[in-house]
Design a protein around this ligand. Structure first.
Ligand SMILES: NC(=O)c1ccc[n+]([C@@H]2O[C@H](COP(=O)([O-])OP(=O)(O)OC[C@H]3O[C@@H](n4cnc5c(N)ncnc54)[C@H](O)[C@@H]3O)[C@@H](O)[C@H]2O)c1
Length: 338
């Protein structure tokens, strides 16, 4: 079986966390943990501008990968040997140069954390570099890799709730930040609608009136960027409402309304209501979802080719919508045509 040499860039918990060694703590919730269970992958190098993060990673994963090379500059990593796959887990506004350098050096597959970028010029350079060098780029918008959302999308495609008319998302959490986490929800609305957005209305949390473009810190401080509300119109006529609000706890749900029924979706299950009554949809066992599925997707593209379920073009469109929300706010909440 072909094996792939992997490098991780940016070593905070999303890249490096090791699941606790207890039964209920074993959910795979980091890139490293997902590579550790993938039969085709071996992590050979890691990079972080902070030396302590490199040291901590090597010690945490020493029993799995005893000879990982550590770097503080990604270009040094590339000049010592080009890996097959790179996971990009740097801050939200620091994905672009890593992806461009990796693609230009000949890396075959990249798993990039969301959002793809925080401005369109960065996104376009990333996509151009990957297309020019034949690099497969997968963006880790989580819900595209969770089974329940595929179950609901399949149900929509099969017409089980008639014609899709309306979507909504309630996104409440202390870090209901538009780019950092709202990107996940907007991307999921696009995934479910199955059509591009043509019209965007947006309103930002008070206090962020100066946000005519992304002005965040890469997604670190929860108050470095606004929460937002938006109304989207898709080319197929479906409309969607997104409501991001700051709360103490965390609640995320999606409502999916069709001419013959509706579905309320949370990350682990969905409730379907039609004329026939209500039923709970529980997806297939969970161990194939999340970042494990995203890693499998990169490997699948390298082995067999094809288009990712979470392609850079889809992620660019999501970014375009986030930026249109800013633009709508700047224009006094006028709708923006895409
Ligand atoms: N999909 C998910 O569920 C999920 C969860 C958490 C974070 N994320 C994403 O992961 C990314 C990282 O988020 P974070 O909060 O951990 O970020 P962070 O600000 O903590 O930075 C991550 C690491 O990258 C390092 N770094 C910064 N610039 C670098 C560079 N040029 N080269 C090498 N290392 C560099 C930092 O030192 C840090 O250790 C973000 O894009 C975020 O949106 C995704």
């Amino acid at each position: 079986m072909r094996s792939f040499r992997v490098a991780l860039v940016g070593l905070s918990p999303v890249a490096a966390r090791r699941p606790d060694n207890t039964f209920f703590g074993r959910a795979i919730n980091s890139h490293a943990a997902a590579y550790a269970v993938h039969p085709n992958c071996e992590v050979v190098a890691v990079c972080d501008i902070r030396r302590d993060m490199v040291t901590a990673f090597r010690s945490t994963w020493a029993d799995t990968w005893p000879t990982i090379a550590g770097y503080n500059d990604f270009r040094d990593l590339l000049s010592d040997g080009v890996p097959d796959i790179v996971s990009v887990c740097t801050p939200d506004n620091a994905h672009a140069h890593i992806v461009e350098d990796a693609a230009s050096a000949g890396v075959a597959g990249i798993l990039c954390e969301k959002p793809l970028a925080t401005d369109l010029a960065d996104a376009d350079r990333m996509i151009a570099a990957c297309e020019a060098h034949g690099t497969a780029l997968v963006v880790h918008h989580n819900r595209r890799f969770l089974p329940v959302y595929h179950r609901v999308r399949d149900l929509l495609l099969a017409g089980e709730i008639g014609r899709l008319q309306r979507l909504s998302c309630y996104h409440a959490e202390p870090r209901a930040m538009l780019f950092r986490n709202g990107t996940q929800m907007v991307d999921t609305l696009c995934f479910l609608a199955g059509s591009p957005v043509v019209d965007v209305w947006g309103r930002l949390e008070p206090g962020y009136e100066h946000w005519d473009r992304y002005r965040g810190d890469g997604g670190h401080d929860a108050h470095s960027e606004p929460s937002a509300a938006a109304r989207l119109t898709f080319a197929n006529g479906v409309t969607a409402a997104y409501e991001g609000v700051r709360t103490r706890g965390r609640v995320v749900w999606f409502d999916v309304g069709g001419t013959e029924g509706s579905v309320r979706v949370q990350d682990r299950y969905a409730e379907l209501t039609t004329q026939a009554g209500s039923s709970v949809l529980v997806p297939e066992p969970y161990d194939g979802g999340g970042v494990t599925a995203a890693v499998s997707e990169v490997v699948r593209l390298l082995l067999y080719g094809g288009e990712s379920i979470s392609s850079p073009r889809a992620a660019r469109h999501t970014l375009e919508i986030l930026l249109a929300i800013l633009e709508s706010h700047r224009r006094g909440n006028q709708p923006v045509r895409l």
